[in-house]
Design a protein around this ligand. Structure first.
Ligand code: IMP
Length: 422
């Protein structure tokens, strides 16, 4: 049985905390897409841990953590992340499995990402510069290299062939790469060798076996639905499918095995990088959300753009993934406000045109509904009944409009600060 957990906005919804919170119910946590562009923050016993490529169940003793075929891995960054996670007390050697089919981010992929962004100038995507797009381009272009290829006698040749191609592109971009590449290459090969010391598996068979044994699997998404390659705010998206369907291809799962889809959203919206953000607040309120919500990238440290909750966009994400239940994050950040706005539609858009992200350059004006705020500090509350009435009104409205129940409300970064609704 497989449940899927994914973000419904532009990423950074708090998937790390919730995946870690839910992990005790699962035998396996499997990442199905993305790479070290993600930064999943977990807070355990007051200590913060940031995971980029390793799935969020790694701190739990009886949980297997799988990096799926749909993930792209940077050996250098993954080695450093593994070492850091071992130092923090997790038995990574025992608990981590890596799909042999997961593609490798090569040193030139990082450089190509930087070169492409620099070339685009003002119209840059604002990528995380981790080489994500060039790696997926090589995957679909059928010239990528997978971690399982490290065992091949042709590995060096495969590497050299693709690097030569990349050098040509870097020269076209007029990008100065020789010194940086020489510096990264040695480290990269050493890191690939290091990763060979971890369990590499044909993960589609592993997962199938787990399913037939009756084990419970949590498919963990990265980024968010509005960054989905096909359905997000294209071209300002990431390069993988972040919606629930991505779990099937990113892990080799048949759709019939998907049981429940849980979607995570923040009580407001954030976005990093460029692209449309209809409810963005470029004012004091936006700064309030950024400061109180610590909205600075876990991976890149970049300040996040902030804005009010966008219900049409949320409903679009719910529709795309068939979300069964919702988890609301960072509700505590809204405490202390006199009123809270929520976008319930866009001017000039019909109800069945939920999200106008399909036309490049379209500017839309949201229509807002205002809700009374609350002054109480809800981060100390642990029971739904104890929450302020105005907050409950806000929750009821959202549930009704979205047509999906909110099963968990997170009121702070710690595992304890999580309210389960009956
Ligand atoms: P890339 O995935 O590095 O190519 O970046 C493409 C877009 O997705 C940029 O706007 C990034 O800021 C955004 N992005 C990628 N990963 C994340 C994430 O984990 N959280 C939030 N935004 C992300």
């Amino acid at each position: 049985m497989v449940d899927v957990l994914l973000g419904l906005q532009w990423g950074d919804e708090g998937k790390g905390k919730i995946a870690d919170f839910l992990t005790p119910k699962y035998d396996v946590v499997a990442r199905f897409q993305g790479g070290p562009n993600a930064g999943h923050s977990l807070e355990i016993n007051g200590k913060k841990h940031v995971l980029n490529t390793i799935p969020s169940g790694i701190f739990h003793e009886n949980c297997v953590n799988l990096i799926g075929n749909g993930v792209v891995m940077d050996p250098i960054l993954l080695k450093a992340e593994i070492e850091k996670t071992i130092a923090a007390g997790a038995d990574v050697r025992e608990r981590l499995l890596i799909s042999k089919k997961a593609h490798l981010i090569l040193p030139t992929h990082r450089l190509l990402d930087a070169a492409s962004e620099a070339y685009k100038g003002d119209s840059k995507i604002g990528s995380t510069l981790r080489g994500i797009s060039p790696t997926y381009q090589d995957k679909t272009g059928r010239s990528g290299i997978r971690i399982g290829d490290a065992d091949s006698p042709n590995f060096d040749k495969l590497y050299k062939d693709v690097i030569e191609k990349h050098k040509g592109i870097l020269r076209y971009y007029n990008f100065d790469f020789e010194a940086k590449l020489a510096e990264l290459e040695e480290e990269w090969f050493a890191a690939v060798e290091y990763l060979r010391g971890f369990k590499q598996v044909n993960s589609e068979f592993y997962l199938h076996h787990q399913i037939t044994q009756g084990k419970k699997i949590l498919a963990e998404g990265a980024q968010g639905s509005l960054l989905d390659l096909d359905f997000g705010s294209y071209p300002f998206v990431t390069s993988s499918n972040t919606i629930s369907g991505g779990a099937c291809v990113g892990l080799g799962l048949a759709p019939k095995h998907i049981n429940k889809v849980t979607g995570i959203f923040k009580a407001y919206c954030t976005r990093v990088g460029s692209g449309p953000f209809p409810t963005e607040l470029e004012n004091d309120m936006g700064q309030f959300l950024r400061d109180k919500g610590h909205e600075y990238g876990a991976t890149t440290g970049r300040p996040r753009r902030t804005g009010w909750l966008d219900l049409p966009a949320l409903k679009y994400a719910i529709m795309l993934s068939g979300v069964d239940e919702l988890i609301m994050m960072k509700a505590d950040v809204l405490s202390g406000l006199d009123s809270i706005d929520v976008a319930t539609g866009y001017e000039g858009c019909s109800d069945d045109e939920l999200c106008p992200f399909n036309i490049q350059g379209t500017v839309v004006t949201p229509k807002y509904e205002s809700f009374a705020g609350w002054q109480e500090d809800i981060s100390v509350m642990r029971e739904y009944q104890a929450l302020p009435e105005t907050f409950k009104t806000y929750i009821d409205f959202m549930e009704q409009d979205a047509g999906v129940p909110i099963s968990i409300i997170s009121v702070g970064p710690d595992r304890e600060q999580t309210i389960l609704r009956k």
